[in-house]
Design a protein around this ligand. Structure first.
Ligand code: UD1
Length: 344
């Protein structure tokens, strides 16, 4: 019998790529998504790639009764990958209660249901934001968690603590928090990709929208950082690699005793740091497009540099990122062109 996995936020950017990877590797998937930051059309994209339509349930996970009813109905769910959450840093500063409610109440309601089961696996979308500006690079999982710079970041820190505390008292529950560095790119089929609503806050969607002509030019936030060229350094990871890491982490949790303990955290990155200017160069090189940009002031809250030490994920999960920055940017560009064509 196939294992049945719940993917919350399964129509979102990382969620949809993970659903594809799960289905391609023999899992049966049920998606919960409230479509607050995603489109129902993504379901057709997933179907086209995998020839399988995952079951889709539109409920709001902030509704505790709906969560209880769902788990009552789907008793055969053995694992949950929990993506559903709000992720805009600026918005979280303006509306902290929305973020604490969206990102934490939903987590608690799901864990309450999983804690009743004889056996359950749980994977949490965390972020490298928990490290803040780390003292040492590359960043290992042992680096101290720094005081969060935004309510969004705080929800990831508190979320990890909630899971850790819960796992201590429910040995039947096994969980992993995955700390993502900067996910970019799109599925090579161009059936699914990132769909930012309004003006993109993240670098790569802003780059592709500028190159296609939707935005006039990219603003590079600061060139006076203590890095090789003065611009900030990040670890950009192809979303397809990230999705695959979820599948291996889930399998690891499901293997009896494999983890040795019932809670762990892993960084997911490439291990390479690239500056904003290097990303622009890589984009221009791999796509042949010219990208208009200007240097502007620093963006408040940005850290200088962050990239992952990937040793723990390489050995513990037997996983490593396979795609280069050029490939990831090329796939993001291919996807942008398709989105643009469909909007015409
Ligand atoms: C941000 C969040 C992080 C979150 C992640 C989700 C902050 C401080 N961090 O990461 O918590 O998990 O998004 O994807 O907000 N840049 C420009 N011009 C732009 C946009 C970005 O120069 O128009 C630069 C930024 O200064 C940064 C880099 O590009 O150096 C990457 O920015 P972004 O894509 O927003 O990701 P992070 O800030 O790293």
């Amino acid at each position: 019998m196939k294992s049945k996995i719940l993917v919350t936020g399964g129509l979102g950017f990382i969620g949809s790529h993970t659903v594809v990877a799960l289905q391609q590797q023999g899992f049966e998937v049920v998606i919960i998504d409230n479509l607050s930051n995603s489109s129902i059309d993504v379901l057709a994209g997933i179907t086209k790639i995998t020839q399988t339509t995952p079951e889709f349930v539109n409920i709001d996970l902030r509704n505790k009764d709906a969560v209880i009813d769902f788990f009552e109905k789907y008793q055969d769910i053995t694992g949950v990958i929990h993506f559903a959450a709000s992720k805009a840093v600026g918005e979280s500063v303006e509306n902290p209660l929305l973020y604490y409610e969206n990102n934490l109440s939903t987590l608690i309601y799901i864990l309450q249901q999983l804690s009743k089961k004889n056996k359950a696996s749980f994977i949490f979308s965390s972020s490298c934001t928990v490290y803040g500006q780390a003292d040492n690079l590359p960043i290992t999982e042992n680096a101290p968690v720094k005081k969060a710079m935004s309510p969004y970041g705080n929800t990831k820190q508190i979320g990890e603590e909630i899971i850790m505390d819960t796992c201590k008292v429910y040995p039947s529950l096994k969980a992993i928090s995955l700390r993502y560095f900067n996910p970019i790119g799109a599925h090579p089929s161009t059936e699914i990709g990132e769909l930012p609503i309004g003006t993109p806050q993240n670098l790569v969607p802003f780059i592709t929208q500028t190159a296609i002509g939707k935005r006039e030019q990219l603003s590079v936030f600061g060139n006076d950082y203590p890095t090789s060229d003065g611009t900030c350094v990040r670890d950009y990871i192809h979303v397809v690699d990230l999705a695959q890491a979820h599948v291996v982490a889930l399998k690891k949790l499901m293997e009896e005793e494999a983890l040795g303990k019932n809670y762990d955290v892993f960084n997911l990155g490439t291990g390479k740091g690239n500056s904003v200017l290097e990303v622009i160069q890589s984009f221009e090189r791999s796509t042949g497009e010219k990208l208009p940009f200007k240097i502007v002031d620093r963006r408040e809250g940005d850290i200088t540099a962050a990239y992952a030490d990937t040793n723990k994920a390489n050995t513990g999960l037997n996983w490593r990122a396979e795609h280069s920055l050029d490939e990831a940017l090329k796939s993001a560009w291919k996807w942008e062109k398709k989105v643009f064509k469909n909007e015409d």
